[in-house]
Design a protein around this ligand. Structure first.
Ligand code: SAM
Length: 231
């Protein structure tokens, strides 16, 4: 199909997409909020008091959703800790500790770890996807690499009963990724929320409960303060 036609189709779908309209109505920065919302409502992932790490968080709709779940009824601050990371900048979200950088780079991972260190993480979210080159095998390898890093991070920082939710694509190394999840997590569930377009091979994998929790993830207990720093 010609590029122009693809663009026109995308714009047509986008304008008529009920989740785009709903996102505007409910003040979310992206329709992606409804993917997390549906998964959360099914699986009861997000609860007050939790420490949540949001990988690939820009423009911030997952962060906004998580913040609303952690906020008290009367407004004010949140009960819990939200830390997000993205290579692109993000408009601030109140009570959300944002780190800008590439998750694949050691110094960025170190920055994230220095914020997280001491806090036991309840939930790691990853909506990261690489910029697609169009070369399938290269793109699949990049996607798998990002997910490997998210699994490694979760293995090191999650509470034993914590969870990891990652975006995958069915045509990008998915079976391998499922096997890796099964090796690390007690329960592994596939989720295709309604807001994830049927046309897309996007699917989410949820791993719950580490099979082999690390000492570090279990021993540390000092929570971050409301601004995301160690007291
Ligand atoms: C689909 S968007 C995330 C949308 C977000 N969940 C929301 O609800 O607003 C994917 C994000 O992953 C980020 N990303 C991709 N690769 C990354 C990497 N290596 N390190 C950090 N962020 C990355 C992109 O910059 C992009 O902002």
């Amino acid at each position: 199909m010609a590029k122009n036609k693809i663009n026109k189709n995308w714009i047509h779908d986008h304008i008529n997409d009920p989740y785009v309209k709903l996102a505007q109505k409910e003040g979310y920065r992206a329709r992606a909020a409804f993917k997390l919302k549906e998964i959360d409502e099914d699986e009861k992932l997000i609860k007050p008091g939790q420490v949540i790490v949001d990988l690939g968080c820009t423009p911030g709709s997952w962060g906004q959703y998580a913040r609303r779940k952690l906020a008290g009824k009367e407004g004010g601050g949140i009960n819990g800790t939200l830390i997000g990371l993205d290579m692109l900048p993000m408009e601030p979200i109140a009570d959300f500790h944002f780190i800008q950088g590439d998750f694949r780079e050691a110094d960025v991972l170190q920055q994230l770890e220095s914020v997280v260190q001491g806090a036991r993480v309840d939930l790691v979210l990853s909506d990261m996807a690489p910029n697609l080159s169009g070369i399938h095998d290269a793109d699949a390898a990049r996607m798998e690499h990002l997910i490997d890093l998210a699994i490694e991070f979760s293995q090191a920082h999650l509470k034993p009963e914590g969870s990891l939710l990652v975006k995958c694509f069915k045509d990008m190394g998915f079976n391998d990724i499922v096997l890796k999840f099964r090796a690390e997590f007690k329960t592994v569930i596939q989720k295709k929320p309604k807001a994830s377009r049927d046309k897309s091979s996007e699917i989410f994998l949820l791993g719950r409960g580490l099979k082999n929790p690390t000492e570090g993830g279990m021993a540390s207990a000092q929570p971050l303060d409301s601004e995301g720093w160690h007291p």
